[in-house]
Design a protein around this ligand. Sequence first.
Ligand SMILES: Cc1cc2nc3c(=O)[nH]c(=O)nc-3n(C[C@H](O)[C@H](O)[C@H](O)COP(=O)(O)OP(=O)(O)OC[C@H]3O[C@@H](n4cnc5c(N)ncnc54)[C@H](O)[C@@H]3O)c2cc1C
Length: 459
Amino acid sequence: MRLAVLGAGVAGLTAAHRLTAAGHACDVYERWPGLGGQAATLDVGDGHRLERYYHHLFTSDRDIAALYAELGMPAELEWRRSSVAFFLDGRSWPFTSPADLLRFAPLSPPSRLRMGLAVLWLQRTAHRVEPFEAETARAWIERAMGGEAYQKVWGPLLRGKFGDRADDISMAWLWSKLTLRRQIKGAEAREERLGYPSRSWEPLFAALRGSIEAGGGRVLIDRPAARLSRARGGGGLEVAAGAEGSFRRGHDPRRFTVGAEAAERYDGVVATVPNDVFRGLLDDELAGAIGGGYLARLAGIEYHTALCLLLELDRRFSPFYWTNVADRALPFVGLIEHTNLVEPARYGGRRFLYVANYLAPGHELLSLEPDDLLARYLPGLRRVNPAFDPSWIRALRLFREPAAQPIVTVGYRERIPPLRTGVPGLVLANTTQIYPEDRGTNYAVRLGGEAARALLAAP
Ligand SMILES: Cc1cc2nc3c(=O)[nH]c(=O)nc-3n(C[C@H](O)[C@H](O)[C@H](O)COP(=O)(O)OP(=O)(O)OC[C@H]3O[C@@H](n4cnc5c(N)ncnc54)[C@H](O)[C@@H]3O)c2cc1C
């Protein structure tokens, strides 16, 4: 068959790789002039590549580790010691090991004990998600660990991911975070190890691209899908591509100029774009064929935007890789000092700090230019490190990802759009379908495989 995949993120590239392996030539259309989607990298100098958004893997991320092995590059993945802190009450508290929890003074000793026991109980006995799907994480935590634990620890952690929707997040999401990721036995219990590919995520994208092209497919970057319709006569679907440079017009495909080439016909299409982009691609006839029920599911899932300021610094900012900012007076939710996970020598001595935020669409911080955003963040950065001075900054880059984080509220499972859209040969696979796990590159690999299988299965 002749197949198309829309989006060259991890899910799209994996889906195309699997479809190629099944013997089908596959064209991949990508809006951005590069591969990797949310995990895309940039050249930070002298050919050293780094993700636009902070990225690491957990030891539980087995699908992506298996993909590295399958592509003959298992040695790319390196496992490194992580260090986590909580910034609260004017200082950073180490928060990496269970012993750190016992020493976490912002929480009263009984609350610390209660919290530790509740997490242990979850990890030892709660093997199914279903009992956690009907209530919010807030309600569950306040009952099992007490109000103080929510106020000081879990509320801030959820705000770090879901902003002002933190209190509405389903306990199913937190259950998966707590039971999947952290092991309670062996070396992992004492110190968490995080994975990072030795030369960034880029070699993985290059290998997937190589596999797709070797199978007769094409990986077309800076060539978005602008329109998707049913082919007239003979079945199949048609993809009309947007002109080069369409990415400058934003994310809505209805704003792209359709390129000079005629629309191409395919026997099947896997779309890995966000829900709103997918909706924007459909012509009226195809939207009608998909039906109102499915389209309502797409519209019913909310996303928050990731706003990520990447600072290249001439010195270390903090001793930690990951700082959860629990003090609500600070206008950002996390500080991720990449070069405290991977040594600066890897980047010719350069050091990198991401200042992380997740915000509702339309939030005023999303419209700021890098320098203005830095000015807004500066007092907060100085609260964490009073010595910090803008003269430490060698380069400043700002990235915004509108469909970064689906908001996983109570009853989410019922709202997930199925992979199969109801139109034969058309599959949708995106981060809204990752559940109950937190979306991530590992699950994008799993989803890409599932999407390929869904397309190849009989309609
Ligand atoms: C701030 C941040 C931090 C993260 N940290 C981690 C982490 O530490 N570890 C981890 O594993 N994961 C992390 N993730 C999540 C991870 O990057 C994503 O879950 C994963 O990359 C999603 O892959 P995907 O292919 O499903 O979607 P995407 O990467 O969103 O891919 C969709 C692709 O579709 C393209 N597209 C859009 N419109 C069109 C169009 N009209 N035509 C063609 N193509 C189009 C997009 O450009 C994009 O390339 C993070 C994400 C963010 C935003």
